[in-house]
Design a protein around this ligand. Structure first.
Ligand SMILES: *Cc1c(COP(=O)(O)O)cnc(C)c1O
Length: 226
């Protein structure tokens, strides 16, 4: 049995309050496959932000989760599922393609709301991951910026699964450079979501100000007993 309370307290004490750029670091708990009870335990222990990957899970658990947590959506999102999230998600991290941005804007406008988003960057150019390449960041920003019902507040980086720390650091530093360029253009830019259980330390060192941790909080995920 995983000691969620202890993991959260330990992480909150280990994660620096600010990154080397002097920005507050936000911990988002990645809650895929976790029970509402375990998620609520993490919230009681100090987690303020939670991130879901799957629309169906988000819907099934929504009413059972302590309502004061900020809700993030961090998984691949099909356009036909947007309707189930609209107005319930505080920050969409995973806007990984233009047509998703267009559809999210269209549906947000129809609902009379603005949705806050991050642009997802596939930093390692991996075929298995969605998102714009690092080189496309500015172009993606400029296109998405024109959509009326979205507020872009930063970038979300997908880094490769590797223990090559030099590679991870060089990609994380490149992400921070793109983030700083956008920040120079737009005062709404304030989140660089980058770092998971295996690489959050080096990501914060490179300038991440939002990390998404699952395993470090809840232990190894059990994909069998969903
Ligand atoms: C699952 C997931 C995480 C957390 O992964 P861990 O390695 O368990 O910390 C972070 N971001 C995204 C997009 C995820 O799907």
């Amino acid at each position: 049995m995983e000691n969620i309370e202890q993991n959260v307290k330990k992480l909150l004490s280990e994660i620096p309050a600010v990154n080397p750029f002097g920005e507050k670091v936000t911990l988002v708990a990645a809650v895929k496959l976790q029970s509402p009870n375990d998620i609520n335990r993490a919230i009681s222990a100090g987690i303020t932000d939670i991130g879901d990957n799957h629309v169906q899970e988000f819907r099934d658990k929504y009413a059972d989760i302590t309502p004061n947590a900020r809700r993030h959506f961090i998984g691949h999102l099909q356009t036909n599922k947007i309707k189930y999230l609209l107005g319930k998600v505080d920050l969409y991290h995973s806007v990984d393609r233009l047509n998703l941005a267009e559809e999210l804007s269209k549906r947000s406008a129809a609902a009379g709301i603005t949705s806050e988003i991050l642009i997802q960057i596939n930093a390692g150019d991996e075929d298995t991951k969605g998102g714009f390449s690092i080189e496309e960041t500015l172009d993606a920003y400029q296109r998405i910026k024109q959509l009326p019902a979205l507020k872009i507040s930063g970038l979300m980086a997908m880094l490769p699964f590797t223990d090559d720390e030099r590679l991870l650091t060089s990609l994380a530093v490149k992400m921070r450079e793109k983030y700083d360029i956008l920040r120079g253009l737009d005062q709404n830019i304030k989140h660089l979501s980058m770092g998971m259980s295996g690489d959050w330390r080096l990501c914060i060192q490179a300038g991440s100000n939002m990390i998404r941790l699952g395993t470090a909080i809840f232990g190894t995920r059990n994909y069998q007993q969903k």
